[in-house]
Design a protein around this ligand. Structure first.
Ligand code: F6R
Length: 245
């Protein structure tokens, strides 16, 4: 099996573990290309990684590629994924904002912006991709039903995803309806993948992703076909993985 499951005592421990592997990658390959997710799941990873840079790890040669970005938020909106990643990753690590690449959610032509982003990632080549997972099994903003063959594209968020992300906005209505997201085929080209999930609300999605059938109805299930994936879970998120094995 190519999909390793690691159960951690909590989110900070999981974050520390993933950060240690990222730090090792950066020491090994100072110009590594790292794909980064937003949302709550990876924040402990970024916090732990900042401790490595405080202790002397030089991440200045790394290029970071975001998974996705909302369409239609005004430039500089604090919940745009560019702003979030600058806040939780780039500034704490003392890096220059130009090292962060994010799809252009403000582009006049989002389809063109998606194509340009896909081309940039293809040229860069992601060494390691960090992922969270949605309660419906989405990765990036590839909602259930997205073709496995999709590359970076414009997508519509489901109501359940907008409700889940409403915690970052004044209301669900304020959550954008559309986004640009790396596609599943884009994500699958990464050399290695580290997925992070915590909490019982993620348990069913995690179990479906790692133990269920590989189906477009559970986008994360495609990871079963990737040669090098580590799934980092806290005990609550891991509950249904045990039940279904
Ligand atoms: C974020 C992303 C999403 C999130 C997922 C889980 O860039 O692409 O797939 O990883 O929605 O979000 P959290 O971690 O906030 O529960």
């Amino acid at each position: 099996m190519t999909l390793d499951i690691e159960i951690c005592s909590g989110t900070e421990a999981a974050g520390q573990q993933v950060a240690a592997r990222i730090a090792a990658l950066i020491r090994d390959k100072p110009d590594a290309v790292i794909g980064v997710a937003t949302g709550s799941s990876p924040e402990p990873v970024y916090r732990a990684l900042a401790r490595y840079t405080d202790d002397g790890l030089d991440a200045s040669g790394v290029r970071w590629f975001a998974l996705d970005e909302y369409i239609g938020l005004p430039p500089g909106h604090p919940q745009s994924y560019r702003a979030v990643l600058e806040r939780v990753l780039i500034r704490p690590l003392g890096l220059h904002p130009t090292s962060l690449h994010v799809p252009d959610g403000g582009a006049a032509d989002p389809d063109e912006a998606a194509e340009a982003y896909e081309a940039a990632i293809a040229v860069a080549g992601v060494d390691l991709q960090i992922l969270g997972i949605g309660e419906n099994g989405h990765i990036g903003f590839n909602e259930p039903g997205t073709p496995f063959s999709a590359t970076t594209h414009r997508a519509t968020l489901t109501e359940s995803t907008r409700r889940a992300n409403a915690r970052f906005f004044p209301s669900t209505n304020a959550v954008p309806v559309e986004c640009l997201t790396q596609g599943l085929a884009t994500i699958m080209r990464a050399g290695r993948i580290e997925l992070v999930a915590s909490g019982s609300h993620k348990a069913d999605a995690v179990a479906a992703a790692v133990r269920g059938p590989v189906t477009e109805q559970c986008p994360a299930s495609i990871l079963q076909r990737h040669p090098d994936v580590r799934v980092n879970l806290d005990t609550d998120a891991a509950v249904a993985v045990y039940e279904s094995s």
